[in-house]
Ligand binder design. Structure first.
Ligand SMILES: [Zn+2]
Length: 298
């Protein structure tokens, strides 16, 4: 269900033939949310959820590089592999903090039928106008209006941007149906912190056990917890020194961010493709990123 953001009463969803919500009505207080610019907007739109002008520029760079750069391609494949193992393609899913919608569009193309996206940041939606996305919800996760509404919640590289990760995971849990599942990815290990983290407004990088405990404290049992991007760990460790966080970032830092030698790009793509094939059989503790799947306990 979706609760009214004014009076907390259950809102009625008006849907079109494609199953897309066009209006939400509160029969108690009369509050109405209509589709506007393709969005269902619950909370005041902020220019940037992570509080910097660089974030808008980053989405632009992401949208230009996502189909080419090994990191984006491999990340997409890792996530798809895990989703195929734990998430039903017919389920009602939301990806929170979808950025350009790259992962969601890929999952839809691979057969997932009902994925919506949610974000507080209005800019993200500019890059995610694909028709295959079910609903586009602009809302504040910490005041989420969704209760028992989704079979799965995805948060891919979101928690590391949020001050109150505890509340965010608790709210994500409330959004799920009983036995609903959450899939989370975060950057791994503070000892890999580089300028890149500062540039993309990370608050922290996580250890696997921290994510596991975070989910357990907030109503989940763990189905899968592993690191990935393990095969490029030495390169990530080098980056920490080559691309050292000096405490200052500028928009100019973004410009060269995703430039890579094409041969190196192809090689890393191949290596990570192999690592991805191992992911369903092993669970690793160390890597560039972490992926954890939780199931709502009650
Ligand atoms: Zn109301």
């Amino acid at each position: 269900m979706i609760r009214c953001t004014r009076c907390n009463y259950t809102m009625t969803e008006v849907k079109n033939e494609g199953g897309r919500t066009t209006r939400l009505l509160c029969s108690d207080c009369g509050h109405e949310i209509s589709l506007s610019g393709g969005l269902l907007s619950f909370h005041p739109v902020l220019p940037s959820a992570t509080g910097g002008g660089i974030d808008e520029t980053l989405n632009e760079y992401y949208s230009k590089n996502e189909d080419k750069h090994f990191w984006f391609i491999a990340r997409k494949d890792f996530i798809k592999t895990i989703c195929d193992m734990y998430i039903k393609q017919s389920g009602k899913i939301i990806e929170i903090g979808a950025a350009t919608g790259y992962i969601t569009r890929h999952l839809i193309a691979e057969g997932y039928k009902d994925i919506s996206i949610g974000d507080l940041n209005s800019d993200s939606f500019n890059y995610s106008d694909d028709k295959g996305i079910m609903n586009r919800y602009q809302f504040d996760l910490t005041k989420s209006p969704f209760v028992g509404h989704f079979d799965a919640v995805f948060m891919f590289d979101v928690l590391e941007h949020i001050d109150d990760a505890e509340l965010s995971v608790k709210k994500a849990c409330e959004m799920l149906t009983p036995q609903g599942r959450i899939v989370i990815t975060v950057p791994a290990h503070m000892w890999l912190w580089s300028k890149h983290d500062a540039l993309v407004s990370h608050k922290k990088r996580y250890e696997l056990d921290q994510v596991v405990q975070l989910l357990r404290r907030n109503g989940f049992k763990i189905l899968k917890a592993t690191a990935f991007f393990a095969s490029i760990l030495p390169l990530l460790y080098l980056r920490k020194y080559i691309d050292k966080d000096t405490g200052r970032v500028s928009k100019a830092d973004v410009a060269y961010r995703y430039k890579i030698n094409p041969a190196v790009n192809r090689m890393l793509d191949k290596i990570l493709h192999l690592e991805c094939k191992l992911l369903n059989r092993v669970s690793l503790k160390y890597g560039g990123s972490l992926i954890v799947v939780g199931e709502r306990l009650n």
